[in-house]
Design a protein around this ligand. Structure first.
Ligand code: SAH
Length: 226
C-alpha cells in the first residue's frame, strides 16, 4: 500500500511514522508513506499557501493553486482509491472505515490548516472527508497520523499475535474484555479465577460476556447500529 500525505508540516510525522507498528510496516515493505511539502507546489518566492477569506472575518484559507497542483501531479502518476481531506465536519473515522481503507492500494491524505481549504478543492478533488472526532485541531497532521495508524496495523503481515488486530475493540461491534498478566495476585488484587482455570470454552464465554456487558455500559450505541 502507498500513502501520499500533502502537508505544510511534514516534520510532524517523524514521531508517529518512525516508531512502533508503522515503522515496522515500512521496514517490512508493507506500506510506503510519502510526505509532500505543499510549499514545494507554490510558484512565488514566499512559498505562500494561504490567503484572506472572501467572506472577510478572522482566519486565513488554504489556497487552491498549490493544493490542485500537488494532487494533480500525484494523480498523473497513479490511480488513487480515495483522496481524503481531514476535516472536523467529515465522516467520523471508525473501525469499518479503517478496515476498508486498509484494503486500498493508493491513498492521498490532505492536511488542512488555518480556517480550512478553499471549498472548490473539496468539490473537485476530494473523494472522502474524514474527521477523527467532534473537536477542532489546529491542523490535519495529527488526524492524518491517526488515520494512517488505524489503517496500517490492519494490513496483513504488519502485526503478529501479540497485538492481534482482529480481537480488538469494535471489530465485532463490541469493545474488548479486560486483560490481565502476571502476577496472579498484586497486593491482594486478584486475576479472575476463570482465566486461570485452563478451560478454553469457559474462558471464551467469560470474555464474550465481559465484552457484551462493557459494550452495554460504555458504548451502547454500537449494539444499536445495524
Ligand atoms: N474552521 C474549521 C476548522 C479548521 S481547523 C472548522 O470550523 O471546521 C484546521 C484544519 O485542521 C482543518 O482544515 C482540518 O484539516 C484539520 N482538523 C481540525 N479538526 C479536525 C478533526 N476533528 N478531524 C480531522 N481534521 C481536523
Amino acid at each position: 500500500m502507498r500513502i501520499d500525505i500533502i502537508t505544510i508540516f511534514p516534520e510532524m510525522f517523524e514521531g508517529p511514522f518512525n516508531h512502533s507498528i508503522v515503522q515496522r510496516a515500512k521496514n517490512k515493505g508493507l506500506v510506503e508513506i510519502y510526505l509532500h511539502q505543499l510549499r514545494d507546489f507554490t510558484e512565488d518566492k514566499h512559498r505562500k499557501v494561504d490567503d484572506y477569506a472572501f467572506s472577510g472575518g478572522a482566519g486565513m484559507v488554504m489556497m487552491i493553486e498549490p493544493v490542485a497542483k500537488a494532487i494533480e501531479q500525484l494523480k498523473s502518476e497513479r490511480n488513487y482509491d480515495e483522496i481524503i481531506y481531514t476535516s472536523p465536519d467529515g465522516d467520523l473515522l471508525d473501525q469499518p472505515t479503517a478496515n476498508t481503507f486498509s484494503t486500498y492500494e493508493n491513498l492521498i491524505i490532505l492536511c488542512g490548516h488555518y480556517k480550512g481549504i478553499d471549498e472548490r478543492i473539496r468539490e473537485h478533488f476530494i473523494t472522502k472527508e474524514i474527521s477523527i472526532g467532534d473537536y477542532v485541531l489546529s491542523g490535519g497532521e495529527l488526524a492524518a497520523a491517526v488515520i494512517v495508524d488505524s489503517i496500517v496495523r490492519l494490513i496483513p503481515g504488519v502485526i503478529g499475535n501479540e497485538v492481534s488486530a482482529l480481537s480488538d475493540s469494535f471489530q465485532n461491534k463490541l469493545v474488548s474484555p479486560p486483560v490481565y498478566t502476571r502476577p496472579r495476585d498484586f497486593r491482594g488484587w486478584k486475576v479472575p479465577d476463570i482465566l486461570l482455570s485452563g478451560n478454553e470454552r469457559l474462558i471464551e464465554e467469560w470474555k464474550f460476556e465481559q465484552s457484551l456487558q462493557r459494550t452495554k455500559q460504555r458504548r451502547p450505541g454500537l449494539l444499536e447500529e445495524e
